[in-house]
Design a protein around this ligand. Structure first.
Ligand SMILES: [Zn+2]
Length: 237
């Protein structure tokens, strides 16, 4: 974040542009997020999904052709359209707020005032710096302020924010903040444990490391509550 702010104040002399490219590249390789909100342009949803697919297809074709692949081969012919559809309709459909799952709240009739933990929610997302997957388990917890939501909605919310080009820190915070808004309480905790293919299959090629991120709001900032949450996850604080 600091780097991004620095960038914006740098006057755009030629030398400084070089520097800014360097910083941006560094930011990508270190997997730092620049903002909690996904960086989107104001015109992000002026085109329909179909228009986006039609535009992405020739671009992806150009990438494959530039790499020297023979697009007349039966196996490759359909790939550009397949990838374009996959990007717009599947992997990145969570960019569009219209695709946010509905979050119906219920009264907490049981007066259950303890922590609720939904653990081991599988998620698959894509690193915005390399466009390769990172995936793992999300663990979500909240303490009801009088309202509850169906358990499957927690999975749906994790899935929605995963279907964007992401960085793990932002993904964790977006889920946490959305849940705070939906449940009308600060008492929300998220932990995400993921394997990044951009770390495992390229670059340093470390396929044994995992990345863990956490979000602790309200009561979860208190040591005892945080410890209880981590105990349920079987992870030592
Ligand atoms: Zn990456």
């Amino acid at each position: 974040m600091k780097q991004k702010e620095t960038l914006l104040t740098i006057p755009l002399s030629e030398e400084k542009i070089e520097l800014s490219h360097l910083l941006i590249e560094e930011m990508g390789d270190e997997h730092k997020a620049s903002s909690v909100d996904t960086p989107l342009r104001a015109d992000a949803f002026e085109k329909t999904d179909e228009e986006k697919i039609a535009l992405i297809e020739p671009h992806f074709r150009a990438i494959m052709e530039t790499l020297g692949m023979d697009l007349s081969d039966d196996s490759l012919r359909g790939t550009p359209l397949r990838v374009a559809k996959m990007y717009v309709k599947e992997l990145f459909q969570g960019l569009n707020p219209a695709n946010m799952p509905s979050m119906t709240l219920f009264e907490n009739k049981f007066q259950y005032n303890e922590m609720l933990v939904e653990k081991n929610i599988n998620f698959y997302t894509n690193c915005e710096h390399h466009f390769v997957p990172f995936f793992g388990k999300a663990h979500v917890a909240y303490i009801s302020s009088g309202k509850v939501i169906g358990l499957s909605k927690l999975n749906r919310l994790v899935e929605y924010y995963s279907k964007r080009p992401q960085v793990q820190e932002r993904l964790t915070m977006q889920i946490g903040k959305a849940l705070q808004t939906v449940l009308q309480t600060q008492d929300v905790a998220i932990m995400m444990d993921a394997k990044h293919l951009c770390v495992a299959s390229r670059g340093v090629k470390d396929d044994s490391s995992n990345t863990i991120t956490g979000f602790y709001g309200g009561k979860f900032q208190e040591e005892a509550t945080k410890a209880e949450f981590l105990k349920y996850l079987d992870i030592n604080a």
